[in-house]
Design a protein around this ligand. Structure first.
Ligand code: CA
Length: 566
């Protein structure tokens, strides 16, 4: 017993000693390792578009311990004057967002031109960013510039600024490298995600002018292009009519879709990271298999003269889009040209026009794809004939594009078989340039719809949001499985009711803003159709947004089709 007691009392001492030394060594260890490198870092990132949001999400997950991130939108100079409000130690801001404030930051450091190799951040031997002058922190100038290169090409720069509390250079460098690494990974992923998920949004400007507002899935009003981009849309399609106005300047309707509208839509799409598909109708109003009216200004021209005019119009329009900073991914030479284009019906004349348009695209937008667009795959033998004629007449194009409306255009199997034949025979890429489906039989704007409960058309899916989603999902998976299948574009997904409570109220908006399919002013140009049936929106029940501008679940199909990141 006595021995045990003795041991017990000593054990107390041993334990006390062990405890004390544990704390002592712990304290010493902390003193050694607690350099400023271990300082907590909060990163502020601008929230300009979907890419920034994605970057923020990735960084939040993956940044090393100690680096926290705050994301704010919109960016303002006041944030820099009151940096402590955001409680961020580092600020990451996109070049395009800060461009307007450059004068406020003095001196703005010179970039790559004066950089020495020692100032470059390298990842796997590749330059990914540039250390700017840390000494300039007090002046408000950027401390690091992160440019990321993909396949030798520099992409947009992000700038990294110090917060109020100055960090040592190493911490800034580490954060910069970390961010650059993530930017590069994101960009590599984006490069591999090259399937085109398009939405035609040609009527958006006229819709907004009519008072239409668009919301995101959280019910928050925001730019509809941002909502589309956030849901996996990669391309915005826009039609271009030469001169959709009467002599007094009244618009024909259908979005009054002239070049100016295309530029505005293209700029907004580009800002959200999407590319534009330019859809030249070479008409002053709707062109489709049943009508290809020649523009007023080209009336009476011979096919040769018309080809010259078409070349110039294409070249000048694309140049204007480029000059306005629009990213052009694809250009259509004609819309639903079933052996009929710009008033011409012979293959000689049609292909002459196509070659003229194509050469203008190659000249101004060498990086864009050239598409020829047809409709009615259900008509036996026609697609094979079109493809053969393009080949025989040496039309230079990349994409054989088809409309596919399940109501009228036969089965998906038939479409897949036709497009497969063309892609394998002629080595062309293929896509569905227009598709849509009704999510309801209800009309919402007092102007009857093309598809209603009594329509005698094919109805492979129910007229519901689920039916509409299935229709789009099946078109996408079909095209993805076709060799050379590169994309699917949903037609006029943003064209909804202008929201008035009577026909008269809506009619006033259709006439003044061009938000209906045709205004009365179009009668002079298109007397047999617009002249008789002008009015509102005949496809409001096929949009991707409900009558109040809130997205339908069908809009989620694009990102679902892409699937989770590997
Ligand atoms: Ca309607």
């Amino acid at each position: 017993m006595r021995i045990l007691k003795n041991i017990w009392s000593r054990l107390h001492l041993y334990l006390l000693w062990a405890l004390l030394s544990f704390f002592l060594w712990g304290w010493i260890f902390t003193m050694i390792t607690d350099t400023s490198a271990a300082k907590k870092v909060t990163l502020f990132i601008s929230a300009y578009d979907v890419q920034d949001t994605e970057l923020a999400a990735v960084l939040e997950e993956e940044l090393p311990e100690g680096i926290k991130m705050v994301q704010v939108h919109p960016f303002s100079y006041a944030m820099f004057e009151e940096r402590t409000i955001l409680n961020a130690d580092l600020f990451l801001v996109r070049e395009s967002e800060i461009a307007g404030y450059r004068d406020s930051f003095a001196p703005w450091p010179e970039l790559a031109e004066t950089a020495s190799a020692a100032d470059c951040y390298l990842i796997d031997g590749q330059p990914c960013g540039l250390r700017l002058t840390h000494a300039a922190a007090g002046t408000g100038a950027a401390d690091s510039c992160i440019t990321y290169w993909v396949e030798g090409e520099p992409r947009e720069d992000y700038y990294l600024f110090l917060g109020v509390e100055s960090l040592h250079a190493g911490a800034v460098d580490n954060a910069a490298k970390e961010v650059a690494e993530h930017l590069r990974r994101m960009e590599e992923r984006a490069v591999t995600t090259d399937f085109i998920y398009g939405v035609d949004a040609s009527s958006v400007i006229a819709e907004e002018a009519s008072g239409v507002r668009y919301y995101n899935f959280d019910g928050v009003e925001q730019d509809v292009f941002q909502t589309l981009a956030q849901n996996g849309v990669t391309h915005i399609r826009v039609r271009v009519w030469n001169d959709p106005y009467d002599a007094e300047g009244h618009g024909y309707g259908g979005g009054n879709s002239d070049l100016a509208k295309a530029i505005e839509i293209g700029q907004r799409a580009t800002r959200c990271g999407m590319k534009l598909i330019v859809d030249f109708h070479y008409s002053d109003f709707w062109a489709d298999p049943s009508k290809q009216m020649v523009p007023k200004a080209w009336e009476g021209l011979s096919p040769e003269e018309k080809a010259d005019a078409l070349y110039q119009f294409t070249r000048d329009s694309l140049q204007s889009l480029r000059d306005a900073g629009v990213e052009i991914g694809m250009v259509q030479v004609g819309n639903e040209t079933n052996q009929f284009l710009c008033g011409e019906r012979t293959w000689d004349a049609i292909t002459r026009l196509m070659r003229a348009g194509s050469s203008a695209v190659r000249e101004v937008c060498p990086e864009a794809l050239v598409a020829m667009h047809f409709a009615n795959p259900e008509k036996e033998g026609t697609y094979a004939e079109y493809a053969r004629m393009l080949d025989e007449h040496q039309v230079d194009y990349d994409v054989f594009a088809s409309s596919y409306y399940p109501f009228w255009h036969g089965s998906l199997d038939n479409l897949a078989s036709l497009l497969t034949d063309i892609s394998t025979t002629y080595g062309k890429q293929v896509m569905v340039m227009e598709t849509s489906y009704a999510y309801t039989v209800q009309d919402s704007d007092f102007f009857g719809n093309t598809i209603s409960s009594g329509s005698k058309v094919d109805r492979p899916y129910p007229y519901s949001v689920v039916g509409q989603s299935d229709a789009l999902r099946n078109v996408i998976s079909t095209v993805r499985d076709i060799p050379g299948g590169i994309g699917v574009c949903y037609w006029e997904g943003t064209w909804i009711t202008v929201g008035g409570s009577s026909w008269a109220e809506n009619s006033r908006l259709w006439e003044t803003c061009g938000s209906g399919w045709a205004s009365s002013y179009a009668a002079e140009y298109d007397p047999n159709d617009a002249g008789k049936y002008y009015g509102g929106n005949a496809v409001d029940n096929q949009a991707l947004f409900d009558p109040t501008g809130h997205p339908l679940d069908t809009l989620r199909v694009f990102s679902e089709a892409e699937g989770p990141e590997p």
